[in-house]
Design a protein around this ligand. Sequence first.
Ligand SMILES: Nc1ncnc2c1ncn2[C@@H]1O[C@H](COP(=O)(O)OP(=O)(O)OP(=O)(O)O)[C@@H](O)[C@H]1O
Length: 339
Amino acid sequence: MHADFLMSRAAEARPRPSLLADIGGTNARFALEVAPGQLECIRVLPCAGFATLQDALRAYLALPEAAAWETPWDAAIAVANPVNGDLLRMTNHHWQFSIEAVRREFGFARFGVINDFKALALALPHLAPGNLRQVGGGQAADAGTIGLLGAGTGLGVSGLVPSKGGWEALDSEGGHVSFAPASEREIAVLRFAWREFPHVSAERLMSGSGLVLVYRALAERAGLPAQAHSPADVIALALSGECAVCAGAVDCFCEMLGTIAGNLAVTLGAIGGIYIGGGIVPRLGSAFDGSGFRTRFEQKGRFAGYLATIPTFVITAEYPCFAGVAAWLRSSAGVGSIM
Ligand SMILES: Nc1ncnc2c1ncn2[C@@H]1O[C@H](COP(=O)(O)OP(=O)(O)OP(=O)(O)O)[C@@H](O)[C@H]1O
């Protein structure tokens, strides 16, 4: 019998929820999809609090709110990693696991693993206008290619390319492109970062730890001692106006993100718009809109006019990735591990 047919019969009879997860370098977010589009028991657990993915899964499923539902029938998780085989080692922390072994251990009929930004790209068509905030001008072309990037623990990149069936989401490791400075201040940041990394990728600077590195570089440039700030400290002290170097670091961060977003737009031909996710930009609120991001986005010499037509959107939804993980799980044919 054809595997797709088996799948659809099984899906029709599905009596139990699907487990969805979005696992970054810092946070593991879980939810139960109890009916299409209906999420229950959304919880965020710290990755650092668990030795393995399986431990975090067990802890989530043991929460009274999760245990009140039937055991999940199937599951899909988005991870901040490339996915290209059964064994997954996470780049930004210590978890590693076999997809098939986890499927068997938890008794999932299907268990899928997808890159987190590919999943977020698949979520974009499902986001309501209220879950987005446009920064600057431009108008999305209908069915135009879409670019996506987001700074969090790392720098995720993906996009959506129109296809006959709807959209194809891109597998990308675009956060690891080489950093290109576009101002004297950024040249100073690059020189500082070279002392710590032989290759300074965009992610080395456009991420939580990158924001701290930019802060340290600018403190040195100003002849001031750097404090042991966390990324959250740098953002809070910048927004409150208490620390001029922190404010400069956030400003520099936004401008660098403008360069990389503009690079993504011209590389993909993303006339459908550029979307910005990740944990950092939404925390900057209106300070991001007032930063040099959009000016820098359009600052592409002879292509300034082309960039000016492309809109840029901040994703403001709290858990935007789940919609993409759920859509991907629904669309994946076959029983067993999905990669
Ligand atoms: N107020 C804050 N609270 C928590 N984290 C913050 C805050 N401000 C900045 N950050 C930084 O945001 C990053 C976490 O971002 P995010 O929530 O996107 O995590 P993640 O999904 O685990 O990351 P990724 O998907 O990039 O691996 C960390 O580097 C953290 O230091």
